[in-house]
Write a protein that binds this ligand. Structure first.
Ligand code: PEP
Ligand code: MN
Length: 285
């Protein structure tokens, strides 16, 4: 089995199920992540949905994330508001000796008052990190505007990172199933990273929409380099049994598929990279 400890001392690798479903599913995912040296486990407690349906286990799952943090991993979840953020972070602070957590807001969560309140709640805990994504529509000024709101809280750039999850195709027309769910704009992401000096990871899962596409986009993104720089890492959806996942079943990888991708990434990563200043100063996480 692959161990990516060396890679994760330099790159941000987040892996785990789209949504936390049960205690068993979260702990099995944490076990698989830990075995491989993955430090950050995604398992979203809140899941905004296009149509009503399962929208997360919510507060009920906080104690599962506490268990993950006790295993020495960084649990990561999407939140909807500052109340959710405080609930997760206070539980981890109270119950875990070496606390750590990653909090993010989803692509469609565009209320800047709420974004700022969430970041302020994260900022209270020096061990917590914050991630935000591009909004679904392709508009660089809007994406950079989110960063401005985030930085208005005076949170350090070393405490945040961005995720490029692709841009919505903007159509309801039936599309070829081989087409992507969301389209990358590598140039925009690299320009944003370099000009703003922020760390930028990529989310091939929500770009791909299907396992085949996720693998294709991951390989493409691994090799993408511009002006000597590249993505600072990945967020992948990995499920112990993707076919029965409660959300995003078509795009979640198995841990074995993850192993194959990481094997390739480690080989490529042997080449030297140019790093952002914030990446150089980021404490090990
Ligand atoms: C997700 O992370 O599962 C998700 C729905 O992502 P996004 O907010 O990018 O749509
Ligand atoms: Mn998902």
């Amino acid at each position: 089995m692959i161990n990516i400890t060396k890679l994760t001392s330099d790159k941000i690798i987040i892996a785990g199920p789209c949504a936390a479903e049960t205690r068993e599913q979260v702990l099995e995912s944490a076990k698989q992540a830990k075995k491989r040296g993955v430090k950050i486990l995604r398992a979203s407690l809140w899941k905004p949905r296009t149509e009503p349906g399962f929208d997360g286990v919510k507060e009920k799952g906080i104690e599962w994330l506490v268990e993950v943090a006790k295993m020495g991993l960084t649990p990561g979840t999407e939140v909807l508001n500052a109340r959710n953020t405080k609930a997760v972070l206070t539980a981890i602070a109270k119950n875990v000796e070496n606390p750590s957590a990653l909090i993010w807001i989803g692509a469609r969560n565009q209320n800047h008052d709420e974004q700022v309140a969430i970041v302020k709640a994260v900022k209270k805990y020096p061990w917590a990190r914050f991630m935000f994504k591009n909004q679904p529509w392709r508009h660089e000024k809007h994406w950079r505007g989110i960063l401005k709101h985030v930085l208005s809280t005076k949170i350090g750039k070393d405490k945040i990172f961005l995720s490029h999850r692709g841009f919505d195709p903007g159509t309801d027309e039936p599309r070829d199933p081989k087409e992507l769910r969301n389209f990358p704009d590598y140039q925009m992401a690299m320009r944003f990273k370099t000009e703003e000096d922020v760390q930028m990871i990529i989310d091939p899962s929500h770009m791909g929409g299907t396992v085949d596409n996720v693998i294709r986009i991951s390989k493409e993104a691994m090799r993408h380099k511009e002006a000597g720089t590249s993505f600072d890492g990945f967020i992948f959806e990995i499920h112990p049994n993707p076919t029965i996942a409660w959300t995003d079943a078509k795009q979640q990888l198995t841990w074995e598929q993850f192993d194959e991708l990481m094997d390739e990434y480690q080989n490529l990563h042997k080449e030297p990279q140019v790093k952002t200043k914030s990446a150089q100063t980021q404490a090990s996480f």
